[in-house]
Design a protein around this ligand. Structure first.
Ligand code: GAL
Length: 661
């Protein structure tokens, strides 16, 4: 089962959003039907938060109302992405099973009254969730409207309760085998933490000072596995009764709670939600960052933008409006990078309830509004892009992304509070995006042979196998940039002894790091090439590499800061400090040139995104998004599929989809 079945079923790219008809009456449903036709909506996500209506009391289901909506949507030519409602258990559930409510690290048990009030490790919750998923699949598994299953909504909650503790111990036994191995892995010889019985082990609840880092890392891994198991139970209950593809809408937040590579392997298609945290060009860069991650988690296969906001930019406690044209630019930013459509939260803006101020396709003002006009125009444009369905994106550059390394960098007691995995990952992607490169994310353990250039911005934790994989990549002709504080610990968070980074990687880089020297808050240093840097410095020596730039300050004056090492038929670069934006952009530009990375559509100025989608039969399309204030002549003028008009220049802020010559 894959995404092709969805786009085949829809006859092209998906367009629509979350639809919550239970908030409205028959009069509005009638208008919804008309407006959906007008906007060319072809997919509606239904039932995401409908548990209380679908199962008004334990074991008694009421499907009649949902039957009517599915039939109505089907008659109207709108396919359904049917959700299991398990992200929001009804009040009766939590009163009947108070032990299934989540407990925070400080011991406070949450109450219902919001959403996501459950513990994923609580047996009562897991059983109830699998049961309602099965009941829905039984009822609607072959409904003609049904195109896709949508398990849950944004798996993101954590819990530290006794059910969690019990499940954690089972997971730890499985991972470590016996207590000796666990004690060794966690370094419990320090601070008198030695465990003599499994029952003594707890999730990392509130404690006096630093948590044991091994315990914290294993808890993150455990919780991701626990979440995946909860997803699988629902998915399997559905698959036993329905042959439609199954997804869950993943969040791509700035914190790490799930191993999204693992989720990518378990869903029939990857789908993600996207809400930018900054306006303007930054929002477009964030869309590209998330879209490239989504495609990578999908293993390069087509995927789907399940939610975004028509008029929503979350910025500093405010919901900023999007600029005119942003809906198209942001949607296309995802589609260019492999999304098989653009869906929104939600179809109609709620009149009441917790998210009544969140934007929608039909705002409170109704169809006579800028938002709805842009939505309708987008629907018309996307309806012309059907030929893109099933085509994919190719990248010559990858940024390494490892959930273990991210979790590892969240542990207490690292040498600088300014070491941040997500920031490093985003900066690397942003520099490549600014330079116009098409970028994949890759796991450090996977084959990298297809990439000319690989950036490793924050590989704090690196296994021996991944270190060897990187060495092999460089030896075989790749260009690799490893950034500071990488290859420092193994999978147990044990420090690499005898010099950093991990030995096989060190060989490819031709350096040896002896000591870390975090910089003081606000301290800015200048390197010998004139670039400036903050946060971090390292005392290192070359072992075969050439020093491209050196430190000029204090005890490190004259010592290498940026190095380049010809190794095998490739090059291993090492950057031991955090370069400021312009210096980093300069370095990334040089690496792209030296590695021979080519632009998808040469001849465009900076500020115009250009990504190419490739069909298996050799057809190609260039998707262009301009962030410039003036018109830009097109290197390959042609018929723009978005408007069905011939285009020789891209208007200010304009977009185009062109068949490649
Ligand atoms: C998403 C979520 C939706 C809605 C939306 C807007 O993250 O899946 O249910 O809450 O955000 O806030």
């Amino acid at each position: 089962m894959d995404i092709h079945r969805l786009t085949d079923r829809l006859g092209g790219l998906a367009f629509g959003g979350d639809y919550n008809p239970e908030q409205w009456d028959a009069e509005v449903w009638k208008q919804d039907d008309e407006l959906m036709r007008l906007a060319k909506v072809n997919l509606a996500t239904v039932g995401v938060f409908s548990w209380a209506l679908l199962e008004p009391e334990e074991g008694r289901y009421d499907f009649a109302w949902l039957d009517a909506h599915l039939d109505r949507l089907h008659l109207n030519g709108v396919a359904v992405d049917l959700a299991t409602p398990t992200a929001s258990p009804p009040p009766w559930f939590t009163l009947a099973h108070p032990d299934a409510l989540a407990v925070r690290p400080d011991g406070l048990r949450l109450t219902h009254g919001s959403r996501d009030t459950y513990c994923l490790a609580a047996p009562a919750y897991r059983q109830a969730a699998a049961r309602i998923a099965g009941a829905l699949a039984e009822r609607y598994g072959d409904h003609p409207a049904l195109a896709l299953w949508h398990v849950h909504n944004e798996y993101a909650t954590l819990c530290w309760c006794d059910h969690t503790a019990a499940a954690f111990r089972v997971w730890l036994r499985d991972r470590h085998g016996d207590l000796d191995a666990l004690n060794h892995a966690w370094g419990t010889a320090f601070w008198s933490q030695h465990y003599t019985a499994w029952e003594q082990i707890l999730p990392p609840r509130a404690t006096q000072w630093h948590h044991n880092p091994g315990q914290a890392l294993d808890f993150s891994r455990f919780w991701s596995d626990q979440t995946l198991a909860a997803y699988r139970e629902q998915r399997d209950a559905i698959r036993a009764r329905s042959d439609r593809p199954v997804t869950t809408n993943l969040m791509l937040p700035g914190y790490q709670n799930l191993d999204l590579w693992a989720f990518g392997r378990e869903v029939d298609l990857v789908s993600v939600n996207h809400y930018p945290g900054a306006p303007g060009v930054d929002a477009a860069a964030q869309a590209a960052f998330d879209a490239d991650r989504a495609r990578s988690f999908a293993g390069g296969a087509p995927w789907l933008l399940m939610e975004s906001g028509t008029n929503t930019v979350y910025a500093g406690g405010r919901t900023l409006a999007k600029e005119p044209g942003d809906v198209l630019r942001h949607s296309l930013g995802h589609i260019a990078r492999g999304s098989e459509g653009a869906l929104f939260f939600q179809w109609r803006q709620s009149k009441a309830g917790a998210e009544q101020w969140h934007s929608a396709m039909v705002p409170h003002a109704g169809p006579d509004s800028r938002t709805f006009r842009e939505v309708t125009a987008l629907g018309e444009s996307l309806a012309r892009l059907g030929e893109l369905a099933g085509s994919t994106v190719r990248a010559e550059v990858a940024v390494l992304h490892d959930p273990d390394a991210w979790w590892a960098m969240n542990v207490d007691g690292l040498p600088s509070a300014e070491l941040d995995y997500f920031t490093a990952l985003r900066r690397a992607h942003r520099a490549l995006w600014d330079a116009g490169a098409t970028v994949d994310f890759a796991h450090p353990g996977q084959s990298l042979a297809g990439y000319r250039l690989v950036l490793a911005p924050a590989l704090f934790l690196l296994t021996d196998a991944s270190a060897e994989n990187l060495r092999h990549y460089v030896a075989g002709g790749g260009t690799l940039l490893v950034q500071h504080f990488s290859g420092v610990v193994d999978e147990h968070l044990h420090s690499r002894l005898g010099g950093y980074p991990a030995a096989p990687l060190r060989e490819a880089l031709g350096i040896r790091v002896e000591e870390y020297r975090p910089l003081a808050e606000g301290e800015r240093i200048t390197l010998s090439d004139g670039s400036t840097a903050t946060v971090w410095s390292e005392s290192l020596r070359t072992e075969g590499a050439e020093a491209v730039a050196a430190y000029t300050h204090g005890m490190l004056a004259g010592r290498p800061a940026l190095t380049r090492h010809p190794f095998g038929t490739g090059h291993g670069w090492y950057l031991s400090s955090r370069l400021d934006d312009s210096g980093y952009a300069g370095l990334v530009g040089r690496l792209l040139t030296e590695a021979g990375v080519t632009a998808g559509l040469p001849g465009l100025p900076p500020g115009v995104e250009a990504v190419t989608r490739h069909a298996p039969d050799g057809r190609r399309w260039h998707l262009l998004i301009s962030h410039r204030d003036e018109a830009v002549p097109l290197p390959e003028p042609g018929r723009d599929l978005l408007t069905d008009r011939f285009l020789s220049e891209l208007p200010p802020g304009g977009c185009a989809v062109l068949r490649a010559h």
